[in-house]
Design a protein around this ligand. Structure first.
Ligand code: PRP
Length: 216
């Protein structure tokens, strides 16, 4: 039997191994303090790879991973060909337009503004297709909250989870784009070739989610 490969996003979604553990998959190796990026569960012939979140859809689309666990933000931004099969109802947050209070007017009057973001595709889709506002997009790679503070842009498009980063930097949510959460995605060929094993995994994860929801 070949290994089924599951790509997990490092960081915010790193805790999803708890879900795999709950459905009987051995994650001991993953929990240890190590710099390793590949872990195996020999009994179930599963291989876990830890990648940067934004790369998970790439591994899955090309079939280097059969399955991926990744945020809806990354799925929307990357626009890869894959099947999104389960909303894991974890790592819940919101994609928002954020800025100082003074920028609210600029959004209302659809002025030409600069928007800094790690998510240019999501921002472009929102401003051009939903709001019909022409904007200049500036791609950043992190600490995006700096942009409106130092005058790089009028607003940013970014994730809000607890809201503490915003608050600490004197910014606020001006508009909400969409809710986000972790999703399970599957390679389109693997879904056919490994149908039985992947369907079993999906069924087990769904049962886990249902049980968790009932115990809340
Ligand atoms: C994300 C996001 C915000 C922050 C929001 O950044 O870009 O900065 O988290 O979370 P909060 O509402 O709970 O404060 P991340 O931690 O991924 O770091 P980065 O900005 O360096 O990419």
């Amino acid at each position: 039997m070949r290994y089924l490969t599951i790509a997990l996003a490092k960081g915010r979604l790193g805790k999803t191994f708890e879900m795999f553990e709950a459905i009987g998959i051995n994650c001991d190796e993953m929990k240890s303090d190590t710099r390793k990026l590949i872990f195996t569960d020999e009994e179930h012939k599963l291989k876990f790879i830890l990648s940067k979140a934004s790369d998970v859809p790439t591994y899955v689309e090309y079939g280097a991973a059969d399955i991926g666990i990744v945020g809806k933000d990354t799925i929307l931004e990357e626009g890869r060909k894959l099947f999104e099969v389960i909303d894991l109802d974890m790592a819940k947050c919101r994609m928002c337009v954020i800025g100082p209070e003074s920028s609210a007017e600029l959004l209302k009057h659809k002025e030409l503004i600069r928007v800094a973001t790690k998510y240019p595709n999501i921002a472009k889709d929102y401003f051009y297709n939903t709001k019909h506002q022409t904007v200049e997009l500036i791609k950043l790679h992190g600490s995006v909250e700096l942009a409106p503070i130092v005058g790089l842009s009028e607003v940013i498009v970014d994730i809000v989870e607890t809201g503490s980063t915003l608050k600490a930097n004197g910014l606020q949510v001006l508009e909400e784009i969409c809710p986000l959460s972790a999703r399970m995605v599957v390679n389109q060929v693997s879904m056919k070739m490994e149908k039985e094993r992947i369907t079993k995994l999906i069924t087990d994860v769904r049962a886990f989610l249902q049980e968790r929801a009932q115990s809340k």
